[in-house]
Design a binder for this molecule. Structure first.
Ligand code: G1P
Length: 290
């Protein structure tokens, strides 16, 4: 079974980033000069996934425009002989086969995935959340597909987070699976945003999943949970009663770009890594009397 499809939920209201997100989708906020969503889509493409279903809501047209052909812009860049930019702009629209489904009400992440059921059909698929930006040698989703291919079961990305932050995440209880260097767990339970004292571990769910299509049936049965929303974590809790679910501790650095401080850290570190900006930016940062 090959993973060729992914769902990218982008219907959230982006309240954590107001007022920047009042009239602009949070997925379009730029890290240096590229919108958040493009980093995540490039990760999917780097993992061999080209069919992407984006779940949108009201006010998300800029996302559709971003992955569409922009004839006017291309003509202007062509006339001005700006080849590099032209290629870059063309690459964005050629990168993926994209379809859009609309989540009419913001009923939660679980519901957003369920809305994509017809686009996905009966194959295992990937889910990538735009708040989590992962910098790694091998794309995180590629690493997860390798685990999926070996174990043939759903795979959730995980990493350890400090006890004081665990209540912001879905949390995993699991037992290590041999042969993966301590990076893979068989999931026994998952809990969405438990109070720290009730968290079963310090293993947080990070926004990358490979799910079998049976998840859709369970999401349909999932009741409103944490925060009054239909949670993907609760759907997975039902799924793992029927089939094995694994958690994978990925290699790479993850940024919580949905949080202001996380977004700033990502901005600084991505800028420092850039060939065209890194050196000068480093000199500037060093010059600050902090
Ligand atoms: C979502 C999931 C949560 C997960 C998190 C990772 O929560 O519901 O289980 O830990 O993404 O970023 P959100 O941050 O969207 O509230």
């Amino acid at each position: 079974m090959r993973i060729s499809k992914a769902v990218f939920p982008a219907a959230g209201l982006g309240t954590r980033f107001l007022p920047a997100t009042k009239a602009q989708p949070k997925e379009m906020l730029p890290l240096v000069d590229k919108p958040l969503i493009q980093y995540v889509i490039e990760e999917a493409v780097g993992a061999g996934i080209r069919n992407i279903t984006i779940v949108t809501g009201r006010g998300k047209n800029a996302i559709e425009d971003h992955f569409d052909v922009s004839y006017e812009l291309e003509r202007v860049l062509e006339e001005r002989g700006k080849e590099n930019l032209l290629n870059e702009v063309r690459l964005i629209s050629n990168m993926i086969n994209v379809s859009y489904v609309r989540q009419k009400e913001a009923l939660g992440l679980g519901h957003a995935i369920w809305v994509a059921r017809d686009a996905i059909g009966n194959d295992p698929f990937a889910v990538l959340l735009g708040d989590d930006i992962i910098h790694s040698q091998v794309p995180c989703m590629r690493q997860m597909i390798d685990v999926f291919e070996k174990l043939q079961g759903s795979v959730i990305a995980t990493c350890e987070v400090p006890h004081s932050e665990i209540h912001h995440y879905g949390v995993i209880a699991g037992t290590p699976v041999e042969g993966f260097g301590g990076r893979v767990y068989r999931v026994q339970d998952v809990v969405e945003k438990p109070p720290a004292e009730e968290a079963p571990s310090n293993l947080a769910i990070i926004g990358r999943y490979i799910l079998t299509p049976q998840i859709f049936g369970f999401l349909e049965k999932t009741r409103t949970g944490s925060g009054g929303e239909i949670q993907l974590t609760d759907g997975i809790r039902l799924l793992l009663e029927q089939q094995p679910v694994y958690a994978y501790m990925f290699e790479g650095r993850r940024y919580d770009a949905g949080d202001k401080l996380g977004f700033l850290k990502a901005t600084v570190e991505f800028a420092l890594r850039r060939d065209d900006l890194g050196a000068e930016f480093r000199t500037y940062l060093k010059s600050l009397k902090l």
